[in-house]
Design a protein around this ligand. Structure first.
Ligand code: EPU
Length: 432
């Protein structure tokens, strides 16, 4: 499926940041920890949540969706082996802990997901093993068991991985005794997951310096939780608004407290916004100026923001630098932007101050963007979810027509993207 976009239309109005993809999918897995019903409000209807629904149903969950909420109840684990899923994402490995806690055995499909580098799960597996799990895998499945149950322990994560932190929490909440997780990730989606687990009866404390303390309980109950708004959606639409002087877009539900680093970067390049009670209004700007950004774990500048922000930097005057320190291979889309008229060079040296795991390795992870460069419509193919939103934003501000192939990838993370953009005035059509 493709998007056909005629760029240059004025975009104006209100667009809502839906419930966060990267929280909703984990909360569905958290619901497997109880035999009672969990209700997730502000639930995003996207392909990634459908994939997790398929996973949960194959284990024994009963799922109902309506009125922007999902109800999920797993009275018994009917299968500790999740069936092979019709589509893949990175969530199944997170079900290991809940299944081990409830039935002592777990078999889940190996991960799929974005094409942004190898994305190993060694840190997840090390943490689960130190909680007492025995894990093997082949090409298709992880096989885990915990014949003596999971037991709390002290775990220091080699890197504050989002997934590994979530995996450890989901395993430790029902483990025997106390678990201390040092060097944990503390992304807002993780804090929201902790809020839901606390409602379910979990005992979790947040220490200073990225330490999370979990005291295992015997049983968890159901809960009702409203999913936090998606800050990646908010940033995508904010960059779209800022990238063209004629635009003015209010992002309903965008939350300042989860966007502090992004908003400061916007201010630094001369972008304008206004914080309101129920969202943030972003104004298109003529005179953006260059800057340097480095992606990092929270509360740093998020790796999922560098793609839409780089488009903004193609419209800023001067030389900007983007240093990607989270993923080793997240600049593939730069080639697409250059074909549209951008002037961006990518280097494998570190162009920044942060300590970076890719230093001295041959990973293309520093970009130098020279602007301002007008963009022209071109046909493109979506490489991964966030690269795809960069393709869409670039096409919307470019002169002329672009056709973007492979938009199924965008449907994984953005609900009704084309319709919502049309409501702002965009000329975008979905074609076969
Ligand atoms: N890593 C390892 N070993 C591990 C786990 C991670 O080496 O066991 C490395 C990864 O290869 C990567 C880095 O650590 O270089 C960060 O990975 P992390 O585990 O933190 O990320 P994730 O849990 O796989 C989530 C989001 C990503 C988002 C990152 C960073 C989900 C489903 N995905 O991925 O979102 O970019 O955190 O914030 O929550 C997206 O939504 O498009 C997306 C890619």
């Amino acid at each position: 499926m493709k998007f056909k976009i005629i760029g240059g239309e004025k975009l104006e109005g209100e667009i809502e940041a839906k419930g966060s993809k990267n929280a909703a999918t984990k909360m569905m897995i958290a619901s497997l920890l109880t035999d009672e019903e969990c209700v997730l409000e502000n639930f995003p209807l996207i392909d990634d949540t459908e994939i997790v629904q398929e996973l949960c149903e194959s284990i024994g969950s009963e799922v109902k969706i309506g009125n922007s909420a999902l109800s999920i109840k797993t009275p018994e684990i009917k299968n500790f082996r999740a069936s092979f899923l019709s589509r893949r994402n990175r969530i199944p490995v997170l079900a290991l802990g809940p299944l081990l806690n409830r039935v002592g055995r777990a078999e889940v499909p190996i991960l799929g997901g974005d094409k942004i580098g190898p994305r190993p799960v060694d840190i997840h597996l090390e943490a689960l093993k130190s909680l007492g799990a025995r894990i093997n895998f082949d090409q298709n499945y992880f096989y885990a068991e915990a014949p003596n149950g999971l037991k709390g322990t002290r775990i220091s994560l080699r890197y504050p991985s989002v997934g590994a932190t979530e995996n450890t929490i989901l395993a430790a909440v029902l483990a025997k005794g106390r678990t201390v997780v040092q060097n944990a990730a503390i992304e807002p989606e993780i804090i929201d997951l902790i809020l839901m687990l606390q409602k379910m009866g979990a005992i979790i404390e947040l220490g200073s310096d990225r330490t999370i303390y979990i005291e295992g309980v015997k049983k968890l109950n159901g809960a009702r939780h409203r999913i936090l708004p998606d800050r990646n959606e908010a940033v995508s639409f904010a960059c779209l608004a800022l990238a063209s002087p004629q635009n003015k877009i209010k992002i309903k539900n965008a939350r300042q407290e989860n966007l502090i680093t992004f908003l400061s970067a916007v201010r630094r390049i001369g972008g304008r916004y206004q914080i309101e009670d129920d969202g943030i209004v972003f104004y298109g700007a003529k005179d953006l100026s260059a800057t340097e950004i480095e992606t990092d774990t929270h509360p740093g500048f998020m790796t999922d923001w560098q793609q839409p922000f780089s488009i903004l930097l193609t419209q800023a005057k001067g030389v900007s630098i983007v240093h990607e320190t989270v993923y080793e291979d997240r600049f593939g889309y730069i080639e697409d932007l250059n074909l549209m008229g951008a002037n961006i060079k990518v280097f494998s040296k570190c162009f920044g101050e942060l300590s970076c795991r890719f230093n001295g390795k041959e990973h293309p992870h520093s970009a130098v963007i020279s602007g301002h460069t007008p963009l022209f419509g071109k046909n493109q193919k979506v490489r991964d979810l966030r690269a795809g939103i960069a393709n869409v934003i670039a096409a919307l501000i470019a002169d002329g027509e672009s056709q973007i192939d492979g938009v199924e990838e965008l449907d994984r993370g953005y609900e009704d993207l084309d319709e919502r953009l049309r409501n702002l005035g965009a000329d975008i059509k979905r074609i076969m």
